[in-house]
Design a protein around this ligand. Structure first.
Ligand code: SAH
Length: 269
């Protein structure tokens, strides 16, 4: 008789990037992880069709929180994930875009690992890249940019960022200008007026800007203008979250294109 060693149980959570919206932008790895989950914890920017890949017996928990209104506190989400994983569930945490680009994925990973829970991460396409795709521009077009800076427009102090200095937007603006970096601002809808003011300290007023709302989805809308009209653009076009703001000369071609083709392409300000 052979004796089988009892397999050592390792609790595990998989943080899965659900991409920017379009469910066809899921990776094959994401689809496999979703299919094998017994518990799915889902953010609200995740497209509902993504859940078609889930097992019919999987438990689906929506833990979304939009903008300022926190429907499920982060501490509760982290506790629940750990609890389910320790109870032997195959937990998949579905997060919009890439799980570790903003959206607290880094904190969740740290918190879980600290409790001895293994964390696997599956990349997703982040919103900034989907936005650039929808505009038809290259964020790193070599005639205009040496690189890209992904940055949050919503750096409100909270316990985990207490020791972080506030963003120095005029330094960011000068650096973007002098080093030719494209800015991709996440979570900047609420702070657009402040961003405009602060960035004008280091970037020319006529620096092209674009706002892309609902990137990758049929409801996608975008508008282009220049930096000194950024907040006006939001008001005029009623652009709302989720949206990313792109700032930089890589948008130049797009603006020319829009001028030539205004009626049925991007909204103009
Ligand atoms: N992990 C996500 C980002 C989470 S932070 C990612 O990698 O994309 C949430 C912010 O992402 C929103 O405030 C918005 O700026 C941006 N965002 C998410 N989905 C978006 C979409 N479909 N279109 C435009 N911006 C989006």
């Amino acid at each position: 008789m052979t004796s089988h060693a009892h397999p050592i149980f390792t609790p595990q959570v998989t943080l899965v990037g659900a991409g920017p919206g379009d469910p066809e932008l899921l990776t094959l790895k994401a689809v496999k992880a979703i299919a094998s989950a017994t518990v799915l914890m889902v953010d609200d920017l995740v497209h509902p069709d993504v859940l078609q890949h889930a097992s019919p017996t999987a438990r689906i928990i929506h833990v979304g929180k939009r903008g300022g209104c926190q429907s499920t506190p982060q501490a509760f989400i982290e506790k629940l994930m750990a609890q389910e994983a320790l109870a032997g569930e195959k937990v998949v945490r579905l997060k919009g875009g890439d799980p570790l680009v903003f959206g607290r994925g880094g904190e969740e990973q740290q918190h879980l690992r600290a409790q001895g829970i293994a964390v696997e991460v599956i990349n997703g396409i982040t919103a900034g890249l989907a936005a650039a795709h929808d505009l038809g521009i290259a964020l790193t077009h070599r005639a205009h940019a040496h690189g890209v800076l992904m940055i949050t427009g919503h750096a409100s102090p909270n316990p985990s960022t207490q020791r972080m200095p506030a963003i120095d937007w005029s330094l960011i603006a000068r650096t973007a200008h002098e080093c030719r970096l494209t800015l991709v601002v996440y979570m900047g809808v609420q702070t657009a007026a402040h961003l405009q003011q602060a960035l004008l300290a280091g970037l020319p007023a006529d620096t092209p800007v674009a706002v892309v709302e609902n990137a990758s989805l049929p409801s996608q809308r975008h508008a282009t203008s220049q930096l000194d009209r950024l907040s006006g653009l939001f008001e005029r076009e009623q652009l709302a979250s989720p949206a990313v703001i792109i700032v930089g000369d890589v948008l130049q071609g797009l603006q020319k294109l829009n001028q030539a083709d205004a009626p049925h392409s991007a909204l103009q300000a």
